[in-house]
Design a protein around this ligand. Structure first.
Ligand code: NDP
Length: 449
C-alpha cells in the first residue's frame, strides 16, 4: 500500500511543481486519487504505464481572446478556455461556464471531475470543461449574443460532434446555447445538431433534459435506500435550492410519496410542515422569477427564514443539497446527524465540505456523492447526442426510462466497487474507483497516446 500511496503523492507533487497556482485542481485530484490506491495495488500495470501522470495532464488546453463590443460601442476583451481533459471513453463532453471567477485552475478541476462523472454514466463521452471570465449579469440580450458569437468564432475549430460537445453550465443557459449553436451553424455551414447539448426541444434538444438531474438524483437515492429496505414513502425530506435540480428532485420525491418540507433560494428558505406546494414554487421561480419568500403569502402555515444554512437544522430523514457548492459545512452536517438523518444525496456539485462528508460517513449516514448522484443531467445530454445522430427525437418516457436504468447502473457499479475495495457503504470511493478503472483500462487499450 505504501508504494502506491507514494505513487499518488509523487503525482500530486508533479502537479504542485508544474502548476503551483492550481490549488483547487490539486486538491480535487488528491481527494480522488487517494480513494483509488487499493486498485493501484491490485493493478501494477497502471503505474508501469504512468496512468496517473497521464490522467492529470489534459490532452489539450485551448486559451483564446474573446473581443466584443457592448451596446455603447465600448470594446471588451475576455478570455475563453476549453480544457479537453480526456477522450478515452468518447468525444470530450462538458459544460461552458461564463462567470468572472473562471480561470484555468477551476476549469481543470471541473474537467477532471467531469471525466469521472461521464465515465460513470456508461455512455460514450470523455470529459472537458470550458468557458470565459465574461459576466452575463446585467448584459443586454444583444451584448450576450455578440459575446457568444465572438466566443464561438474561435471555439468552433476545436469542437465537433465527434470531437468535443460542450453544454451549458453557470451563466450559460438556453439563450446562450442558442446563440452559440447559431454561430457554429453559420461558420461551418452545417446543421450539426450534436455539436452542443442543452438545446431547446424545437431545434433538437432532448425531452426530459430539464428534469434529468433532479429525477436522476431521486432514482439514485431510491436505489441506495431500496438496498437497505428503506422506503421513501412518508419520509421527511429537506431540499435546498429552488432551481432546476431542486424543482425536479422535489417533483420525483413527491411522486415516491415522500414529504418535502423545505426549499430555498440565495436569500433564505421556506419550511412548510404540510409539504411543499411545488406548483406554487414553480409559479414563483419559473414564471414570475420571484423570491422564495413570496411562498408564505398564500401558505400561512409555512415559515420563511432568512439565510440558507438554517435549512440543515430542520429535522429530516433525507437531505438533498441542490443549490450550490459548499452549502453543507461541518456544523450543518452535525445538525443533520443530531436530528437523525438517514441519507444525504448531493444534487448540486460539491455541496458538502470534505469534513462534512467524513462526518456523515463516520456516523453511518448513507451518502450519495454528486459525481454519481447528479450524473443524470450529463447522461441525458449524451442521449441528446444519440438522438441528434439518428435524427430522431425520443418520447419523454423513452428518455426517462433510459435515465432510470442509467442511474440504477451507476448505483450498482459504485456499490460493487465499494464492497470490493473499500467500506461497503463508501459510495465516494466506489464511484471514483468505477470511473477510474473504466477510463484507465480504455487508456491502456489505446496505447501511449
Ligand atoms: P439554478 O440556477 O437553476 O438554481 C440554483 C438554485 O440555488 C436557485 O434557487 C438559487 O437561488 C439557489 N442558490 C444559489 N446560491 C445559493 C445559496 N448560497 N444558498 C441557497 N440557495 C442558493 O441551478 P441548478 O439547479 O441548475 O444547479 C444547482 C446545482 O446543481 C449547481 O451546483 C450545479 O452546478 C449543479 N448541477 C446542475 C445540473 C443541471 O443539469 N442543472 C447538472 C449537475 C449539477 P437564487 O434564485 O437566489 O439564485
Amino acid at each position: 500500500m505504501a508504494d502506491m500511496k507514494q505513487y499518488v503523492q509523487d503525482t500530486l507533487d508533479l502537479i504542485g511543481k508544474r502548476d503551483p497556482e492550481q490549488k483547487q485542481f490539486k486538491t480535487t485530484v488528491s481527494k480522488v486519487l487517494e480513494t483509488v490506491v487499493p486498485v493501484l495495488e491490485k493493478h501494477p500495470e497502471y503505474k508501469e504505464q504512468k496512468i496517473l501522470e497521464r490522467m492529470v495532464e489534459p490532452e489539450r488546453v485551448v486559451s483564446f481572446r474573446v473581443p466584443w463590443q457592448d451596446d455603447k460601442g465600448v470594446t471588451h476583451i475576455n478570455r475563453g478556455f476549453r480544457v479537453q481533459m480526456n477522450s478515452a471513453v468518447g468525444p470530450y463532453k462538458g459544460g461552458l461556464r461564463f462567470h468572472p471567477s473562471v480561470n484555468l485552475d477551476i476549469l481543470k478541476f471541473l474537467a477532471f471531475e467531469q471525466v469521472y462523472k461521464n465515465a460513470l454514466t456508461g455512455l460514450p463521452i470523455g470529459g472537458a470543461k470550458g468557458g470565459s471570465d465574461f459576466d452575463p449579469h446585467g448584459k443586454s440580450d444583444n451584448e450576450v449574443m455578440h459575446f457568444c458569437q465572438s466566443f464561438m468564432t474561435e471555439l468552433y475549430r476545436h469542437i465537433g460532434p465527434h470531437v468535443d460537445v460542450p453544454a451549458g453550465d453557470i451563466g450559460v443557459g438556453g439563450r446562450e446555447i442558442g446563440y452559440l449553436f447559431g454561430q457554429y451553424k453559420r461558420i461551418c455551414n452545417a446543421y450539426d445538431a450534436a455539436v452542443l447539448t442543452g438545446k431547446r426541444v424545437d431545434y433538437w434538444g432532448s425531452l426530459a433534459r430539464p428534469e434529468a438531474t433532479g429525477y436522476g438524483l431521486m432514482y439514485f437515492v431510491k436505489n441506495m435506500l431500496d438496498d437497505k429496505n428503506i422506503s421513501l414513502k412518508d419520509k421527511t425530506l429537506v431540499v435546498s435550492g429552488a432551481g432546476n435540480v431542486a424543482t425536479y428532485a422535489i417533483e420525483k420525491a413527491q411522486e415516491y410519496g415522500a414529504k418535502v418540507v423545505t426549499c430555498s433560494d440565495s436569500d433564505g428558505y421556506i419550511y412548510d410542515p404540510n409539504g411543499i406546494d411545488l406548483d406554487a414554487v414553480k409559479e414563483i421561480k419559473q414564471v414570475r422569477r420571484g423570491r422564495i419568500k413570496e411562498y408564505v403569502a398564500a401558505h400561512p402555515q409555512a415559515e420563511y427564514h432568512e439565510g440558507c444554512t438554517g435549512v440543515w437544522t430542520v429535522k429530516c430523514d433525507v437531505a438533498l443539497p441542490c443549490a450550490t457548492q459548499g452549502e453543507i459545512d461541518i456544523e450543518s452536517a452535525k445538525a443533520l446527524v443530531a436530528n437523525g438523518v438517514i441519507a444525504v444525496g448531493e444534487g448540486a456539485n460539491m455541496p458538502s465540505s470534505l469534513e462534512a462528508i467524513e462526518y456523515f460517513q463516520q456516523n453511518k449516514v448513507l451518502f450519495a456523492p454528486a459525481k454519481a448522484a447528479n450524473a443524470g443531467g450529463v447522461a441525458v445530454s449524451a442521449l441528446e447526442m444519440s438522438q441528434n445522430s439518428e435524427r430522431l427525437q425520443w418520447t419523454f418516457a423513452e428518455v426517462d426510462n433510459k435515465l432510470k436504468d442509467i442511474m440504477a447502473n451507476i448505483y450498482r457499479c459504485a456499490k460493487a466497487n465499494a464492497e470490493k475495495y473499500a467500506d461497503p457503504d463508501d459510495l465516494v470511493a466506489g464511484a471514483n474507483i468505477t470511473a477510474f478503472v473504466k477510463v484507465a483500462d480504455i487508456m491502456l487499450a489505446h496505447g501511449l497516446v
